[in-house]
Design a protein around this ligand. Structure first.
Ligand code: MG
Length: 392
């Protein structure tokens, strides 16, 4: 069996262009799907996949680890940068999809699962609608409460919010009080049985991240995400040590060496590796083993398209320390038209029962994808009051 071609199918979904990767073989009707979505880098990733094709076309697709080694090492420049790691991930996920189809088994079974009866999921406030999740101002505390109520009405038992505003490296009490009011509004709206998460988007400096973490500690957050830059491993470790709220990070980690340093410093309690950015299933399974040795939980980052979600769920059914899957359902109204999924979601509680179909268990509707050709992603930038550059 040989790989004959690698195609990319770009699907514009407002904030992101979903990059679906199709690996074709010389066996009739046998192909695999992966995803390599990287917002604002769509052309670069599509080009990187084209470059990688040179290494793997003509090779046996049922050897994902061997091909992963080729893709990571054989262009001299190791594949740990964000563009190349994402491109490798898209191809790697598709290879495992093919292997599952050849074996007649879901990917989770290839990895030794299922290890649980269902995977719990959480949503973004507003279901991932850009305006609700990313653009609700933190001083609109009441709006946070309303959106939280809506998430619970939609069946979720856990949701994530961006209740921490962008701040300069040092600011006073005002943003802290605004974040506290937003989180209080959500907690008051949904009570104690619902899990609330706050994502700082790595906007704060370590000093500000610590202030926010301390202020929000009484609200019993399920986790507190990216309280400072991923590069500031010492800052993450200091914040994680200073509060009982579990710190989550890892969505921007692209290789095992980063996670080794993060875990060694105890920079988090929850590892948010992204299957589409950290080299696919092949590297993610190694990172998960490393996390296991540190007793660090897994909650993969997954705000992308439906292939990423299917991959994250297959991973969840194979990893004992996986606690919850990030999902978006209202980013674009036609999301479900693009894909047919092998798993089932129970509306009450939004839990997912395992896929029983081979591989990822998904079918991508290519005609529907074609209706949404590439468009430049909506620009998201932050400038502080004085005009200096901030983090989105
Ligand atoms: Mg995040």
């Amino acid at each position: 069996m040989k790989i004959t071609k690698i195609e990319t199918h770009v699907c514009h979904a407002r904030m992101r262009n979903w990059i679906f990767v199709k690996v074709l073989t010389n066996q009739d009707g046998l192909f695999g799907w992966g995803e390599a979505t990287l917002e604002w880098h769509t052309r670069a990733v599509v080009g990187a996949i084209e470059d990688l094709a040179q290494l793997v076309v003509g090779e046996d697709p049922t050897r994902p680890e061997h091909l992963w080694q080729m893709m990571f090492r054989q262009h001299f420049w190791h594949g740990g940068g964000i563009v190349r790691a994402t491109a490798i991930a898209g191809i790697d996920i598709a290879l495992w999809d093919i292997l599952g189809k050849v074996a007649g088994l879901p990917c989770s079974k290839l990895f030794g699962g299922p290890v649980r009866d269902y995977v719990r999921t959480y949503c973004h406030l507003g279901g991932g609608k850009m305006e609700d999740f990313y653009e609700t101002a933190v001083d609109e505390a009441r709006r946070f409460g309303d959106l939280a109520r809506q998430a619970v009405a939609d069946g979720f038992t856990a949701f994530k919010s961006m209740a921490v505003p962008p701040t300069m490296p040092i600011e006073g009490l005002k943003p802290i009080k605004a974040a506290e009011a937003a989180v209080k509004a959500m907690r008051d709206a949904v009570g104690e049985s619902i899990d609330i998460m706050v994502d700082c988007h790595a906007r704060p400096s370590p000093a500000m991240g610590l202030k926010f973490a301390k202020a929000l500690e009484p609200y019993g957050l399920y986790f507190f995400e990216e309280p400072c830059w991923p590069e500031s491993i010492d800052g993450l470790a200091a914040i994680n040590a200073a509060v009982t709220t579990p710190i989550a990070t890892g969505e921007r980690g692209t290789n095992i060496a980063y996670f080794r340093d993060l875990f060694n410093a105890r920079g988090c309690e929850i590892c948010q590796l992204d299957l589409t950015h950290c080299g696919g299933f092949t590297e993610a399974r190694r990172i998960a083993a490393l996390a296991e040795a540190h007793r660090i939980a897994l909650a993969p980052h997954n705000p992308q398209g439906p292939v990423s979600t299917a991959a994250s769920l297959e991973f969840g059914f194979s990893q004992p320390s996986y606690i919850i899957c990030e999902t978006v359902h209202a980013d674009v109204p036609w999301r479900q038209d693009v894909v047919q999924e092998g798993f089932t979601v129970e509306k009450q509680g939004r839990i997912v029962r395992p896929n029983t179909k081979p591989g990822l268990g998904i079918t991508i509707n290519e005609a529907e994808v074609k209706k949404h050709p590439f468009q430049q992603e909506v620009l998201q930038r932050v400038f502080y009051k004085d005009g200096s550059v901030g983090d989105w």
